[in-house]
Ligand binder design. Sequence first.
Ligand code: CU
Length: 319
Amino acid sequence: MNMSTIRFRAVTATILTAGMMIAANAVQAKTVNVTFTAKETKVAIDNKGTMYPAWTFDGMIPGKVVRVTEGDVVDFKLVNPKTNKNSHSIDFHAAEVDVLGEFAPVKPGKTKHFKFTAKRPGVYMYHCGASTMAQHIARGMYGVIIVDPKAGYSKAFPKPDREYVLIQGQYFPNADDKAAMIENRGWAGALINGKMFNYDPVHDPDATKVLVSKPGERVRIHFVNANINMPVAFHPIAGIWDRVYVNGNARNTLYDIQTYGVPVAAASSFDLVSPADHATNNAIVDHTMSAAMRGAITVLMNKPDADPKMGRGDNILIR
Ligand SMILES: [Cu+2]
């Protein structure tokens, strides 16, 4: 057997292996059914229960967490009940489709149905894109879709001990002033998962929830900037980001970062590993002071008796 034969055989083997891998992945890929119902309804935007005339997906700010695996087909339906006053739409940043097709506005009484394949792993914003978009996002129509890599966890992308979703938005008390939203005037609060100081009993006596982990655990925060006009300076007070996965993708990993800038409509994943030998606390903030002091502070308590259910399964976005 001469060298060119060996090379030919090696190439053939590689092609066969690649073909088998594609076949295996095709079997694994699944269809995930997701339905959102647009709801124009009042929701609490602080821990006191101050009500706001929101526009939402399914009555919640943010909408539900959508989680799929790279290669999956998302079979999506948007229902806009005829009781609503406005058209609404969906814009999944994880979808590569037609802005005038899949993402087109849906009138009250109509339903939109389409499919897309989540081809690229990462953490992506979704939002309503109906006009005026600034108002539809400011009033609460946004959320996150996580596309886990089909390769799974690895040394380059270690399995976290806990995961949390934090989505930041801007609160405009005058829900009808579209010009103010576009020009960034009059915003009065920074919402974390829909509420100012949602997980910060230090600054808000009405706050009852915090994030928790055990000392030394790897905590992965999936962070989305759903602001209208403000970039976010994402920083863990009393800690350092062990890794930042830009866009939530391990191909884009940064190490040992104090503060990472997240532009509007972007998302990234952040690993924090607390000291293993004693209990500590972190305050995860938008270090932009106008946002921090208006609500963008989240307490993470790292203590031995941390609730094992927190930061796992359905408890990654704490309502
Ligand atoms: Cu909308």
